[in-house]
Write a protein that binds this ligand. Structure first.
Ligand code: 5GP
Length: 196
């Protein structure tokens, strides 16, 4: 399922830059994100809302804002989301006001969201820079996901299926980074962020 928020975002002055990181689950987006946030000054991570349950070690307000489906749907009807999507059977979304406030304050903002959300952001904020973090192959992705031990077999299958679909759309991104070597991938990302 894929529903878009319609209408461009007009209430922002865009003094900061907006970066969007996407890619298959298991491509290493989370690790790259952490490195980018440590390395690049003035870069703020936007914490998404989700209806999925926290995993072991996750804290509300840190990795995500964990909210109920009812609350999420309320947010949709009040047009609170810059983008949102139904991913792996749960809802995920970025609060518009969070991003607008940071950009207006001159901060650079980093979103780590799925491809459906990234394309919604690009439609509303064409200046946003989209970076796709890819894996060398689907076989490698499966190996990484299995090693992570965070998913049931069923969830793993869903993630692999989604990854194949997502990889077919990577040419819609401004940049593609293949994460086969973490250090290189971090360097590439840093270059993209700092030269933009
Ligand atoms: P996970 O459940 O593994 O944390 O995330 C699953 C997927 O949801 C990842 O591809 C992640 O990038 C995506 N995601 C996380 N937050 C958001 C969001 O706010 N919006 C959208 N569209 N996708 C998100």
């Amino acid at each position: 399922m894929h529903r878009k928020n319609e209408g461009a975002v007009t209430e922002y002055r865009m003094t900061g830059k907006l970066f969007v990181l996407s890619g298959p689950s298991g491509a290493g987006k989370g690790t790259l994100r952490e490195h980018a946030l440590n390395d690049i000054p003035n870069l703020k991570y936007s914490i998404s809302c989700t209806t999925r349950h926290p995993r072991d070690g996750e804290t509300d307000g840190v990795e995500y804002r964990f909210i109920t489906r009812e609350k999420f749907k309320e947010g949709i009807s009040q047009n609170l989301f810059l983008e949102y999507a139904h991913v792996h059977e749960d809802f995920y979304g970025t609060l518009k006001q969070d991003v607008v406030n940071e950009l207006n304050a001159g901060k650079n903002v980093l979103l780590e969201i799925d491809i459906q959300g990234a394309l919604q952001v690009k439609a509303k904020m064409p200046e946003a820079l989209l970076v796709f973090v890819d894996v060398p192959s689907v076989e490698e992705l499966e190996r990484r996901l299995r090693n992570r031990h965070t998913e049931s077999e069923e969830s793993l299958r869903v993630r692999l299926k989604n990854a194949i679909i997502e990889r077919e759309q990577k040419d819609k991104y401004d940049y593609v980074i293949v994460n086969d070597d973490l250090e290189n991938a971090c360097k590439e990302l840093r270059e993209i962020f700092t030269k933009s």
